[in-house]
Ligand binder design. Structure first.
Ligand SMILES: *[C@@H]1O[C@H](CO)[C@@H](O)[C@H](O)[C@H]1NC(C)=O
Ligand SMILES: *[C@@H]1O[C@H](CO)[C@@H](O)[C@H](O)[C@H]1NC(C)=O
Ligand SMILES: *[C@@H]1O[C@H](CO)[C@@H](O)[C@H](O)[C@H]1NC(C)=O
Length: 463
């Protein structure tokens, strides 16, 4: 009997082990999409996006052609006169885009300082451009001969140094952006001319690079982009993702986005990014990320930016809480200079958001969407919830002495407080729905923070 029991137990154990290791994903979208998103990502809410590359040298764009990182294709692909004139007027004759790489000096690049600044924002992860559409790899890739940050320009492993600083100095998750296509790569242009019936570029460039960065730097976000000219079949995206989820060194914690081919964006992969600055404004069924920029015009640093181009801290927090309330994360972009500096205006915005989160993170980190997103009675109020508490983020301090809300349904033991402020607030049920909160005349120096304030409700009827 004992023997039988032991055997059954052993069989169960084996089955159980088999089961755990048997969660393997097939290279099909159906299987890839069935993988649950690792929970750290949903809880994190805020990430920092960093666009840095050879494009940070010209560091110039001419709206409406605003994308700094697209300088090369505006100039040589679209042959826009304003870019051609700019180079003719400011650089020696016969200057090529590749010549910019020598001036990608990075002499002030201090990854420890970057790590400190990113951490100060309260963000929980970063996503760094390992390679943008220009094809320059910010790591010494075996597959990017003479067009990488060790061979020319910085003469450093930019990605490796940042990965090391983030992982040793902070608890942030480290992620990498990677562009699938390269505007002017001859093999890509050849595949494209063949209507993507050949895959020489994917087999010898895109995929080897992806395996290389995942194995070398173990990113917990793989943020794909530059996919839109071809389908996910051409890019062999599900093959790569099946490996990433089954066998890669980050298989248990890695998250990915959706830009894996023209058929995949906004449909397949991990979280959805859909379009840049994606802000649906209503509750989403599936996890999404609002990838947006502090400089409203560009992802790369722009030497010709004006102060009005930068989102204010209030705008950043407003964008952020709307995103979180609707079930998203926000990925907030900064563009460092070619020397490797995070310009003080970016740093100030990051530290401001961090100061706000220092007081109000209880309503953000680990929160989930409530049944209501914004209030119908008072505008610019976004809700979140955690455990059984509901939070109202108030983006404009009310005029007068009352804050009127339609969504929260109070009962006699409902308690209303403000994060960072001592003591509860008086409230009265409204006759139709919701409640009126008496906003005490709070002295300005007693306000817990600037920009936005969070009211917390416990014991609501409609949690
Ligand atoms: C990171 O930021 C958090 C929250 O502001 C702070 O408590 C922590 O000390 C910071 N860590 C480092 C290494 O600066
Ligand atoms: C290119 O491929 C697409 C998709 O397979 C097809 O619909 C289209 O007709 C092809 N175009 C040419 C010029 O071969
Ligand atoms: C809620 O927010 C959405 C998206 O910003 C907006 O379109 C809508 O008007 C808001 N609803 C109310 C009642 O303010």
């Amino acid at each position: 009997m004992l023997l039988v029991c032991t055997c059954v137990y052993a069989v169960l154990l084996i089955l159980r082990c088999d089961y755990t290791s048997a969660i393997r994903y097939d290279p099909t979208w159906e299987s890839i999409d069935s993988r649950p998103l690792p929970s750290w990502y949903d809880e994190a809410k805020l990430g920092i996006f960093i666009h840095w590359g050879v494009f940070s040298v010209p560091s110039t764009s001419f709206p409406p052609h605003g994308q700094v990182a697209w300088f090369w294709t505006y100039w040589k692909g679209d042959k826009l006169k304003v870019f051609d004139d700019y180079v003719k007027d400011n650089f020696r004759p016969d200057f090529t885009y590749a010549d910019f790489a020598e001036q990608f000096t990075a002499e002030f690049y201090d990854p420890n300082e970057w790590a400190d600044i990113f951490n100060s924002s309260g963000a929980e992860y970063i996503v760094f451009t390992s390679k943008h559409h220009e094809g320059f790899t910010n790591w010494p890739s075996k597959y990017s001969f003479n067009w990488n940050s060790m061979a020319v320009g910085p003469k450093r492993d930019i990605v490796g140094e940042l990965a090391n600083a983030i992982k040793t100095k902070t608890s942030l998750h480290f992620g990498l952006y990677h562009s699938r296509f390269e505007w002017f790569h001859p093999l890509y242009l050849q595949d494209k001319a063949n209507n993507f019936t050949t895959q020489n570029f994917v087999n010898t460039k895109t995929l080897p690079e992806l395996y290389e960065i995942v194995n070398a730097y173990k990113p917990e976000v793989v943020w794909s982009d530059g996919d839109w000219e071809a389908t996910s079949d051409y890019w062999k995206s599900t093959d790569f993702l099946a490996w990433l989820y089954n066998d890669s060194p980050v298989k248990d914690t890695v998250v990915t986005n959706d830009r894996w081919g023209s058929d995949a964006t906004c449909h397949h992969g991990g979280f959805l990014t859909c379009s840049d600055r994606y802000q649906p404004g209503v509750l989403q069924k599936r996890k999404f990320e609002n990838a947006m920029t502090i400089d409203s015009i560009a992802w790369g640093f722009r030497r010709n930016a004006e102060i009005k181009d930068f989102l204010t801290t209030h705008q950043l927090i407003a964008t952020f809480v709307e995103t979180v309330s609707c079930g998203g994360n926000m990925l907030m972009n900064v563009g460092p200079t070619k020397e490797g500096r995070i310009n003080p205006i970016f740093e100030e915005r990051l530290r401001d958001v961090g100061a706000w989160l220092n007081v109000n993170n209880e309503a953000i980190k680990g929160s989930r969407p409530w049944s209501h997103q914004n209030d119908t009675l008072t505008p610019n109020i976004w809700y979140t919830m955690k455990d059984s508490a509901v939070y109202a983020v108030v983006l404009d301090w009310p005029m007068g002495t009352t804050l009127s809300l339609a969504a929260p349904m109070p009962q006699s033991n409902t308690v209303v407080t403000m994060l960072g402020y001592p003591g509860p607030f008086q409230w009265k049920a409204r006759s139709s729905s919701g409640l009126d909160i008496t906003i005490l005349p709070i002295a300005a120096n007693k306000m817990p923070c600037k920009w936005a304030w969070v009211f917390k409700f416990t014991n609501l009827l409609n949690v």
